[in-house]
Ligand binder design. Structure first.
Ligand SMILES: *Cc1c(COP(=O)(O)O)cnc(C)c1O
Length: 457
């Protein structure tokens, strides 16, 4: 499969380029040049597969000659061998509503599913090509832990994680900062997640710097993450779909996880609506409900992994909406950068064919945690609560799957506020509380961050 950048569709890239670079040099995002969807017969064959075999069938067409199918199969099985659920994910019921639990990996959020695989992709690649890689990633709390767990101790690479200082939960922070591996570096930036993401983007676009350190990225814009995440939409559909179309509700920040659902739909999965569920940082809700894609200041909420106002992966959708015209996409992106973009009616109608959106404020989120606990004796994490609340507000409980993106113990304060209970870490992770933390606090200054990276490698 060949890939192009959303801002220049004349130049082709391989999966290996796309995977290692993350972001295109022109600032655009990589997308496949074309996608072949599965036929009804194909879907019938995929239906009976285990999670790992399904993952291999879905991912293989996207990776070209990066590795053989047998190598992919063994890489997938190695990646998911330490998950606490035999089939990687789990489906549970909340009344009519189905919940797809994606948090059974080592760092208790859905990010592990893609990241464990990516970690092994790096290892495979570095086994063939010896140049040391420096991976730099921004996190709103969960990506960082997942990346560190997937990459710690691996040969020939370092991982640098930038998180917004004091704006993530202590459990989220500890899962990143307790590691003693010499290839792990945590940086707390005095700023918000968008600041962290902008610093990483600035390092990438500084060609001299990024070449010098052989920089690579695993942010949610990395195409390898998207394809790994598309798998669980198929898995859930095959478990609960009964041949009908179903909708998915997805708590959304960077538009990555939900874009994976859109990819699944493009691949032929009978998805009706993809529900974009946001917190008060509602740029995507404003955009999808009324075309308003203006950026506002990031607000802190009890769902910190979604405290984002630059939904990077949205560019991939805009590229589609603009009929795969990269010149027009580029123009739109520069208008967005200057905060001068409104989605016109025609484009919005196209978006609404696949997406619908809803927003929950903090009290509504806590209220959902309480209702679910009262009705079902189940504790859901606040992000999952946003996904559930969106479905309830829209009245779409039938034929709908909510993506449960994190384990509630990662967000003890929200759980305590909602139901006055504490949710403990699973036994296998209790040790986290007693370990010493290590991280560097830096101001939101690109030169300081670059210097820190240079001095560390
Ligand atoms: C990252 C994250 C999200 C948002 O996912 P995106 O791909 O950024 O939209 C939602 N919930 C949790 C728990 C997360 O860690």
């Amino acid at each position: 499969m060949e890939y192009i950048s959303t801002r220049n569709n004349q130049k082709n890239f391989t999966f290996k380029d796309v995977f290692l670079k993350g972001l295109a040099d022109d600032g655009g995002l990589f997308v496949p040049k074309s996608i072949k969807s599965f036929s009804k017969e194909d879907l019938n064959q995929l239906k009976i597969l285990s999670y790992n075999d399904l993952a291999a069938e879905i991912i293989y067409p996207f990776i070209g000659d990066f590795m053989s199918k047998d190598e992919l199969i063994s890489t997938i099985s190695k990646s998911y061998s330490n998950f606490r659920s035999n089939d990687v994910v789990k489906i549970s019921n909340l009344g009519n509503l189905k919940v797809l639990e994606l948090f059974h990996g080592p760092t208790l959020a859905f990010k592990d599913i893609a990241m464990q695989l990516i970690g092994n992709f790096y290892q495979y690649h570095l086994g063939h090509d010896q140049k040391k890689i420096n991976i730099i990633v921004a996190t709103s709390g969960d990506t960082g832990a997942a990346a560190i767990d997937a990459l710690k101790g691996k040969d020939n690479l370092n991982v640098f994680v930038l998180h917004p200082n004091n704006r993530i939960s202590p459990v989220q922070r500890k899962l990143m900062t307790i590691h003693e591996d010499s290839n792990v570096f945590n940086i707390a930036i005095d700023g918000n997640f968008d600041d962290c993401q902008n610093l990483v983007k600035a390092m990438f676009s500084d060609e001299k710097f990024s070449k010098k350190i052989n920089m690579s990225g695993v942010n949610s814009i990395n195409w390898a993450r998207i394809i790994a995440q598309a798998v669980y939409y198929f898995y859930a559909y095959f478990k609960v779909g009964n041949g009908q179309t179903i909708s998915f509700s997805v708590p959304t920040g960077n538009f990555g996880d939900i874009y994976a659902g859109y990819l699944a739909k493009k691949l032929g999965l009978p998805i009706d609506k993809l529900i974009v569920a946001t917190n008060k940082n509602d740029i995507l809700h404003r955009a999808i409900s009324g075309g308003d894609y203006s950026q506002k200041k990031v607000k802190e909420t009890n769902t910190p992994s979604m405290d984002i106002q630059i939904a990077s992966n949205f560019e991939r959708l805009l590229y589609d909406v603009k009929d795969c015209n990269s010149e027009v996409t580029k123009d739109v992106m520069s208008k967005i950068k200057n905060n001068k973009y409104k989605i016109d009616k025609n484009d919005l109608d196209k978006i609404k064919k696949n997406f619908i959106s809803e927003m929950l404020d903090e009290n509504e989120t806590l209220e959902i945690i309480k209702i679910i606990n009262d009705e079902n004796q189940i504790i859901v994490d606040p992000h999952t609560a946003v996904g559930i609340g969106a479905v309830r507000k829209l009245g779409l409980e039938n034929n709908c799957v909510v993506l449960s993106t994190a384990h509630p113990c990662k967000f003890p304060k929200a759980i305590e506020d909602a139901i006055s209970k504490t949710e403990n870490l699973p036994d296998s992770l209790k040790y986290v509380n007693d370990r010493k933390e290590k991280f560097e606090v830096l101001s939101n200054d690109i030169e300081k961050v670059k210097k820190y990276v240079m001095n560390s490698i």
